[in-house]
Design a protein around this ligand. Structure first.
Ligand SMILES: Cc1ncc(COP(=O)(O)O)c(C=O)c1O
Length: 354
């Protein structure tokens, strides 16, 4: 295993980031070091928002580390996994030099972050088997071998196509990329997949990074809480690139509650409901004459191809149902992505498409 820190942008290796007031270790009871208001606002319901928050809220970081089965120092709490994606590209790719590999059609933020950093984008299209998509592992390995990419984004389960990679394939790619690139398994939808998360692979692959989020299975999309999980040294480097106070105190507080034992039980029950609804919805959609394909999904959505997607969208809109039009994406010229909703919502969708 080669030192993953050698892959960090050379100009950032000794960079410590902004030394915020909250980062300095200090104890006391008269806080006059951060130019804050000494009084809470009357709008503040006890959260003490006159004070800057902990850059990495300790209780939340520990709870998330426990949830994902890693040590707190291996985990960075982020503003959604979107922030993790951005920090990875900024930390590992020299502008105009080091590439980012994606497998389209895929989640759009990888390309956005690459563009913002002026990192060359290398695309290895997914293989379409008509009822499921597949990553072209050989082609991805070849690109990694070439040495021009520094960050490889593996979306697993994949958005919008729904398939998940086996842990064996993730390990194989991380091994191929050892000393060459960071392999990122974006596991935003891991809770809905029959293939478990890749956490166990971290021990043997210091260039593997996992992205998790509370936005999906834990119903916290509005709180913007994600996690980047990696070798503790990688986490320390990326922390220095992060904004001084990335996690607002109200978000940290509500996220902690969303991970209480009771809330976790509720989430597990809801995941089970969504999985059975996913199967029911897929079956009902496959029975409709207007659909030509419904792809296998390890996630909380279904990707479907339509004979006439315009007509389907019109009918859905008339029934007040909003789905995601994927037709601008490569290979998806006739496809819509449908999030699995409550049983009632799914019934409205099916009725509108009948
Ligand atoms: C694959 C994937 N990764 C990351 C994200 C971003 O999630 P977050 O809300 O944690 O920023 C999404 C959001 O839809 C996603 O689909």
């Amino acid at each position: 295993m080669t030192g993953v820190l050698d892959l960090v942008r050379p100009d950032l290796r000794a960079f410590a980031g902004y030394a915020s007031a909250r980062r300095e270790k200090a104890s006391g009871h008269v806080w006059l070091n951060a130019n804050e208001s000494p009084w809470p606002s009357s709008a503040d319901s006890g959260l003490g928002l006159n004070r800057y928050p902990e850059p990495q809220p300790k209780a939340l970081r520990e709870r998330m580390a426990e949830l994902y089965g890693v040590k707190p120092e291996q985990l960075m709490v982020s503003r959604g996994s979107d922030e993790g994606i951005d920090l990875l590209v900024r930390g590992f790719c020299r502008a105009g030099v080091d590439g980012v590999l994606i497998a389209p059609p895929t989640f759009g933020m990888y390309a956005v972050s690459a563009r913002v950093q002026n990192a060359p984008l290398i695309e290895v299209p997914l293989i379409d088997h008509d009822d499921r998509f597949e990553l072209d592992i050989t082609a991805v390995s070849d690109v990694i071998e070439h040495g021009e990419v520094r960050v490889v984004f593996l979306c697993t389960p994949a958005n919008p196509t729904g398939q998940a990679l086996s842990l064996k394939d993730i390990a194989r790619l991380a091994k191929a990329a050892d000393g060459k690139a960071v392999v990122v398994a974006d596991e935003a939808y891991a809770e809905f997949s029959s293939i478990g998360p890749a956490t166990a692979l971290l021990r043997d692959h210091s260039n593997l990074v996992l992205l998790r989020t509370l936005s999906k299975a834990y119903a916290m999309a509005g709180a913007r809480i994600g996690a980047l999980i990696a070798d503790a040294d990688v986490v320390a480097v990326l922390r220095s690139l992060q904004a001084p106070y990335p996690v607002p105190a109200p978000s940290a507080a509500i996220a902690l509650e969303a991970l209480s034992d009771a809330s976790r039980r509720e989430s597990r029950e809801r995941i089970a409901t969504l999985l059975s609804e996913r199967a029911r919805l897929a079956k009902a959609l496959r029975a409709l004459p207007g659909l030509t394909a419904v792809y296998a999904s390890e996630s909380n959505f279904l990707l479907a191809r339509f004979r006439d997607a315009d007509d389907a969208l019109r009918r859905l809109l008339a029934a007040g149902v909003v789905v995601r039009d994927m037709r601008a994406m490569p290979q998806l010229g006739d496809a819509l992505r449908i999030s699995v909703g409550t049983p009632d919502e799914n019934a409205v969708l099916i009725e509108a498409l009948k």
